[in-house]
Design a protein around this ligand. Structure first.
Ligand code: ZN
Length: 62
């Protein structure tokens, strides 16, 4: 099983080769913790980490 990759900019887990949010191709497979944002519009955590899209995010990427 290969480890998921997370966008280095927004930390969102991405399956494609380009992040749909930042259009970046910089990914990290070395990440720690995960966070699922269900309703980004109402989530205080989403605001805190600066995302506006409901998705799964890594807490820390290196
Ligand atoms: Zn991104």
């Amino acid at each position: 099983m290969s480890k998921k990759k997370a966008c280095k900019t927004c930390k969102m887990f991405v399956e494609e080769n380009e992040c749909p949010t930042c259009k970046t191709t910089q990914f990290a497979t070395n990440w720690k913790g995960r966070l699922t944002i269900i309703d980004a519009k109402k989530s205080g955590i989403a605001k805190k980490i600066g995302v506006d899209k409901s998705a799964e995010y890594a807490i820390k990427v290196t």
